[in-house]
Design a protein around this ligand. Structure first.
Ligand code: SAH
Length: 252
């Protein structure tokens, strides 16, 4: 998983605000990425960048500053450019999910670059034409441009989700301290519950209506564990004891 993330590079072109560079470093580290290239940033190094990077100072310090986009793309087998709006000549286009999946799939064999543009003008056509694909975050068409670091966050999140899926490290079902009740244990519980409902006069087996169906649906939603069915069976048994005892008392 880490090897895949290490092979996915974030390239920032001509960033104006150093704070955004720091925020990008932070967004990347949160998602497990570390390979950051800065193409001719306007103001860098910068205290404001360090401040916004917070605990991602290491990612920021390791950023490589280069003079041209070509230098930043060296060795990359897949290059994806981001775009906040439709361009005149359409290019093969990913949505963010497809971008994450494809970046992770190709990171197995070569470095992958995701390029982000200037705060005011984005990427130039010339820069976009160096890309195999473009990716657009489907934002509000009436206000489509995200903050640079927010755009990096969205795309690196998709990269991480895709990497978790392929490496089988996706957090699955919640870890549970006790084994789930098996189907037969649950069946015994329902049998017991129905019996007690009959014993106390709540349920008429000759006119059952949907009561048991509804109770089955209720308890099945809870995915009961063995401790829980045990407790419920204990309560049912307790009720039955009491009933028998009061029956006996009444007869005396
Ligand atoms: N006004 C510029 C937008 C710049 S936003 C324009 O119209 O192109 C700065 C950078 O954030 C963009 O270059 C791109 O890398 C990223 N970004 C912002 N919004 C995005 C979106 N909806 N989809 C993809 N990338 C986006």
């Amino acid at each position: 998983m880490q090897a895949l993330l290490d092979n996915i590079r974030i390239v920032l072109v001509h960033t104006t605000h150093p704070g955004n560079i720091g925020a990008v470093a932070r967004a990347m580290k949160n998602m497990g990425l570390s390979d950051l290239y800065l193409v001719s940033p306007k103001e860098y190094p910068s205290e404001r960048a360090e401040w916004r990077a917070a605990n991602a100072a290491d990612t920021l310090a390791a950023a490589k500053v280069v003079d041209s986009l070509d230098e930043a793309l060296q060795g990359c087998g897949l290059v994806v450019g981001t775009s906040a709006r439709e361009r005149r000549i359409p290019w093969p286009l990913f949505n963010p999910r497809e971008c994450g999946e494809r970046a992770v799939a190709e990171a197995v064999s070569h470095p992958v670059a995701l390029i982000f543009g200037r705060e005011d003008r984005g990427l130039t056509n010339e820069e976009l034409h160096k890309c195999h694909y473009h990716v657009h975050i489907p934002s509000n068409p009436g206000y489509s441009s995200l903050n640079l670091a927010a755009a990096v966050q969205v795309l690196t999140y998709e990269v991480r989700m895709a990497a978790l899926l392929v490496s089988d490290e996706m957090p699955g079902e919640m870890e549970w301290d006790i084994e789930r009740s098996t189907a037969d244990e649950v069946e015994h519980f329902f049998g017991h519950l129905e019996q007690v409902m009959v014993d106390i006069g709540f349920h008429d087996p000759d006119n059952p209506r949907q009561t048991m169906t509804r109770l089955r649906r209720l308890f099945n939603r809870a995915r009961m564990d063995q401790m829980e069915t045990g407790i419920l069976r204990g309560v049912l048994t307790g009720i039955q004891h009491k009933l028998r005892k009061s029956d006996k008392d009444n007869k005396i």
